[in-house]
Design a protein around this ligand. Structure first.
Ligand code: 5GP
Ligand code: ZN
Length: 116
């Protein structure tokens, strides 16, 4: 995807605070962190959303979560963390390239969602 922001970040065309990369995944600091630790884990390959994944993506999705665990521990959130994947219109996903937010820090991150 030529014009996708996170594809460009994964290709190194736009600078980011990279924390991890391998042949399938790329991880970097969120530009507007919501907690002391706020890392985004993305697939290098363009996948629009968790709302559009297929069965073939299962191993990749598993790897995203396993890497999230390690990155949280290594980057200042050793006692747990939260993974958030906003998906589609209802999930209020803003960037249309699948990404897992890994948030944490020294203190608990707060309630999961405000009850409507
Ligand atoms: P969403 O709402 O799609 O789940 O989250 C998108 C996230 O991407 C937001 O937390 C936002 O701060 C982050 N973000 C948007 N543009 C950039 C950017 O250019 N660089 C980085 N590092 N993060 C970005
Ligand atoms: Zn993309």
């Amino acid at each position: 995807m030529d014009n996708c922001l996170f594809c460009k970040i994964a290709r190194g065309e736009i600078p980011s605070g990279k924390v991890y990369e391998d042949d399938e995944l790329f991880a970097f600091h969120d530009i507007n962190p919501a907690r002391p630790v706020h890392i985004l884990v993305i697939p290098r390959r363009h996948i629009t959303s968790l709302a559009t994944v297929s069965e073939a993506d299962i191993p990749l999705l598993g790897r995203m979560l396993a890497v999230a665990n390690r990155l949280a521990a290594e980057n200042g959130s050793p006692d747990g963390f939260r993974v958030i994947i906003n998906s589609g219109r209802v999930g209020q996903q803003e960037v249309q390239h699948l990404h897992a937010h890994v948030v944490g820090g020294p203190d608990p991150v707060g309630p999961m969602l405000k009850r409507a």
